[in-house]
Structure formats: structure tokens, C-alpha cells
Ligand binder design. Structure first.
Ligand SMILES: [Zn+2]
Length: 314
């Protein structure tokens, strides 16, 4: 059985592993990205990982790359990356690695890789019309339509975080305003809690040294009224956006990823319950909203799958 070398490049860490054709994952590891070293530093690091993993070319099908930023998956170049990966914008990753290693290379962005991983081996296995939404600092998204990743004309499809929720709403990092991620991201949850805390001196969250998503979930479980009320508002916002996506794309399953996937079914069931109140009944038939199940491995598994299907397609 052939092996695929898979690498998932994030702003903080690079995760890597070897994945067999049947999806078996082995030899995983993580190294710091050290993004401050820029493009050359990052490419050196990726090459080191590949050299270390590449035992025998005859048994290696190719290299699958998942990376933060916007990616043209046809050319395998980085269309745009934020300051989280300085100098990464414009890098022809596929061309560089194919010339260096004489193996097929496939490059996708992180959320597209994650949905492919969940589709191949995780929460969306066997489902053909899948949406993934990742809740974190921002809100990411990706679409599988008829069993294939939907890229869009400029390979940018799935930027759910910048759907418009409110006219004249909060300013967004994209330069526009009223975007979904300003209300539905984990950062938005934390912001809303901090705003409310100024007027509510009784919340147990005042005793927390650091307020993040996990702390808010915990406080809600402890019965904190403020945490519960803000959490309900946050779930309303998340569901409000999902309702538009469901009406536009009619998925059979929505996979919720990001750190919140650790909260499991109890969290996604609340989203589902709220969302069902916001959509036409015909769209609710057979619809599942579930947590991602592969955690941090989704990126490398999806990167490997993308390489595998592109090699198999010729
Ligand atoms: Zn935006």
C-alpha cells in the first residue's frame, strides 16, 4: 500500500504525518512554525519534514499540504496569507515541492483540508452534501457538493465568516462590516461576555484569570446566568447564519469544527435545535449538525485524501 506524506501548516504549529491509502495515520508529529523566519524559513522546515518522512519514493504516492491562508488549489500557490504567515502570500508551494522532490503535490487551505478529512474518515463519512464551519478567532467554512470539494471560480468559496448578518454592523477584519464572524466566532463570544461583565458583578467569570471559550462553557455548566445568556445569544447568531447556508446549499450534514468541537454533541444539538426553528421544514429533512470528530488530525488526513484523489484522477 502506498503512503502519502501530509503536512498541515498553521500560524503556530506545523502538524505532519504519513497516511496510508486506506486512511491509516502513522508517524504524526508537531513542530513550531516559527513564522517570523518568513517564507524561506517555512519552506526549509517543510522540506526537512519531507526528507525525514520520505523513506522510499516507490512507496510514496505524493505530498498533501494543508495551509492557513487562501490557496489556488489548481496552481498550488498561496493567493493570500495574513501576517500569521509573513511572506507566504504568492508562494508557488506546489511548483517548488514538485521540482524538489519529483512527486505529485496537492495544496489546499486548512478548512478545505479539514472537510475532506471529515468526509473521508470522520464525522461526514458517507455523506455527499456537506458543509463545514469552523468557529475560532474567525469563522471558516468549506463545501462538499456531490462528494467533491466546491472551490468557486477563484478558489475562494466557503468564506462563511464574511456573510453579511447586519447592515451597518460591527467592523470586520476583512475591511467590511456586519460580517457573520463578528457575531458567531469564539472571539465574538468572548467579546460579548467581556462587555456584559462590566455591568454584572455577580458572575463567577469575574473570578477567572483568563476568559476564553472554554471558561465560558465551564461557567455556564456551573449555572452562571451571564454565561448562559450570552451563550444563548451566541448560539442564536451561529444558527442565524447556518439557516442562510442551509437555504442556499441544502446540505445533509453540517460539521462544526474548531476548539468548540471538544464540547461535542450537547453543543451542536443546541445549535441544531435553534437552527431548525429558522429554516423551512423541507430543508430540515435528514439534516444533521454534528461536531467534527478528527480534531487536529483532520487537516493532514484531508490533505492526504486530496492528494490521493487527484493522483487517482490522473
Ligand atoms: Zn468580514
Amino acid at each position: 500500500m502506498k503512503e502519502i506524506i501530509a503536512i498541515d501548516i498553521g500560524g503556530t504549529n506545523i502538524k505532519y504525518g504519513t497516511i496510508l491509502e486506506d486512511g491509516t495515520l502513522k508517524n504524526t508529529g508537531t513542530v513550531p512554525t516559527e513564522a517570523h523566519r518568513g517564507r524561506t524559513g517555512l519552506l526549509d522546515k517543510i522540506e526537512e519534514i519531507i526528507i525525514d518522512k520520505l523513506k522510499d519514493k516507490d512507496y510514496t504516492m505524493g505530498i498533501g499540504i494543508s495551509t492557513a491562508g487562501q490557496v489556488n488549489s489548481y496552481t498550488g500557490s498561496i493567493t493570500f496569507a495574513t501576517d500569521a504567515l509573513p511572506g507566504w502570500t504568492g508562494t508557488p508551494v506546489k511548483t517548488i515541492l514538485e521540482e524538489r522532490f519529483k512527486l505529485p503535490v496537492k495544496v489546499n487551505n486548512d478548512v478545505n483540508s479539514a472537510i475532506l478529512g471529515e468526509y473521508w474518515m470522520g464525522a461526514a463519512k458517507g455523506r455527499d452534501d456537506v458543509l463545514m464551519i469552523t468557529l475560532g478567532t474567525g469563522v471558516g467554512g468549506s463545501i462538499i457538493r456531490d462528494g467533491k470539494l466546491y472551490y468557486g471560480s477563484n478558489y475562494l468559496a466557503g468564506e462563511f465568516g464574511h456573510m453579511k448578518l447586519y447592515p451597518n454592523g460591527r467592523p470586520c477584519v476583512c475591511g467590511l462590516n456586519g460580517c457573520y464572524e463578528q457575531y458567531a466566532s469564539t472571539s465574538a463570544l468572548v467579546r460579548m461576555v467581556n462587555e456584559e461583565l462590566e455591568d454584572d458583578k455577580s458572575s463567577i467569570l469575574h473570578s477567572y484569570s483568563h476568559i476564553d471559550g472554554r471558561a465560558i462553557f465551564e461557567a455556564e455548566k456551573e449555572g452562571d446566568a451571564l454565561a448562559k445568556s450570552v451563550m444563548n445569544r451566541w448560539i442564536f447568531y451561529i444558527s442565524w447564519g447556518l439557516a442562510s447556508l442551509i437555504h442556499s446549499l441544502n446540505p445533509s450534514i453540517i460539521v462544526v469544527g474548531g476548539g468548540v468541537s471538544a464540547q461535542g454533541r450537547p453543543f451542536t444539538d443546541r445549535i441544531k435545535e435553534k437552527t431548525l426553528d429558522m429554516i423551512m421544514p423541507s430543508f430540515a429533512k435528514g439534516l444533521d449538525i454534528v461536531p467534527a470528530s478528527l480534531g487536529n488530525d483532520a487537516g493532514i488526513i484531508g490533505a492526504a485524501y486530496s492528494l490521493k484523489i487527484s493522483v487517482e484522477a490522473g
